[in-house]
Design a protein around this ligand. Structure first.
Ligand SMILES: *[C@@H]1O[C@H](CO)[C@@H](O)[C@H](O)[C@H]1NC(C)=O
Ligand SMILES: *[C@@H]1O[C@H](CO)[C@@H](O)[C@H](O)[C@H]1NC(C)=O
Ligand SMILES: *[C@@H]1O[C@H](CO)[C@@H](O)[C@H](O)[C@H]1NC(C)=O
Length: 257
């Protein structure tokens, strides 16, 4: 099984009742226990690395939140790094600002909150919901490794430069075919990724987020079944052109009226 990180082991202990019950309920308890245990040791196969476009984030933002776009909002930012099909693995594994001291300037720049929630509270939410589930692999087994990995992935899978190379620029009055985006992204992202859209009040399809499917070693191409329950973002449709709006700091909820 290799070396199990200490904090991850602690989580297994605290969450241990879950697989104890699976063991008791199975017909061949020890065989089953072995299977369940190794699955529990690292319960996911793919990671989803999610990047967000600030120009359209607030278009579908519920009115109960304030939209707070940073003044420098003109590049793709990180939404999160999500081990697939599992969340909230270890509620006792806390995130402290001191874990992120060295990374703070880069995180503030590339992983900002766009609502009236501090950047740190956003990172803390992502850490509890998703980061704690990464602890079973050596490269993600501490808060600083997890957040640094996300920053490195943003550099490696850089949407801004992929679009620039293909001359895809934000615009209010030009839209793009899905195939143009795909042609621009394919060299960097391969083919296991998803473009997502929101609709504005004029019913236009607007690019908002890109989800890249990665293996545990951070290479592209991990195959997972997409599930879209509850998300306001939907996979982009080829039948209609897609808009890529420039950020509008004065009117972020309706950037191109
Ligand atoms: C965010 O803004 C909304 C709307 O103005 C307000 O109701 C809410 O209390 C604010 N939340 C925080 C955490 O400041
Ligand atoms: C298209 O929009 C850009 C800004 O996004 C503006 O500079 C340009 O003048 C517009 N072109 C037309 C033909 O309206
Ligand atoms: C990364 O992991 C995938 C899936 O396990 C594997 O197919 C691939 O060869 C690995 N890539 C590298 C560079 O190790």
């Amino acid at each position: 099984m290799g070396k199990v990180p200490a904090l991850w082991s602690l989580c297994l202990l605290l969450n241990g009742f879950v697989w104890l019950f699976v063991m008791i309920g199975s017909e061949q308890p020890w065989q089953k226990a072995e299977a369940v245990h190794s699955e529990y040791y690292c319960p996911w196969q793919c990671l989803t690395f999610v990047q967000m476009w600030p120009g359209s984030f607030c278009v579908a933002l519920a009115t109960r939140f304030e939209c707070v776009l940073p003044k420098n909002a003109n590049s793709w930012t990180i939404h999160g790094l999500w081990p697939s099909d599992i969340t909230a693995c270890c509620r006792y594994w806390y995130l402290f600002p001191s874990d992120l001291t060295d990374l703070m300037p880069d995180l503030n720049w590339h992983w900002p909150s766009f609502i009236n929630l501090s950047n740190f509270l956003f990172w803390e939410k992502e850490w509890h919901k998703h980061g704690t589930c990464g602890g079973c692999v050596e490269t993600l087994n501490s808060p600083s490794k997890y957040f640094r990995a996300a920053l490195d992935l943003r550099t490696k899978y850089n949407i801004d430069s992929a679009f620039q190379k293909a001359r895809i620029v934000p615009s209010c009055n030009c839209s793009y075919q899905l195939s143009s985006f795909q042609a621009a992204l394919q060299p960097t992202l391969g083919d296991q990724y998803e473009l997502q859209y929101v609709t504005d009040i004029q019913e236009r399809q607007i690019l908002v987020q890109i989800k890249i499917s990665l293996s545990a070693n951070f290479s592209t191409g991990c195959i997972q079944s997409g599930s879209h329950d509850g998300s306001p973002y939907k996979p982009c449709q080829a039948q209609e052109n897609i808009f890529y709006f420039p950020p509008n700091l004065e009117n972020p909820r309706d950037p191109c009226p």
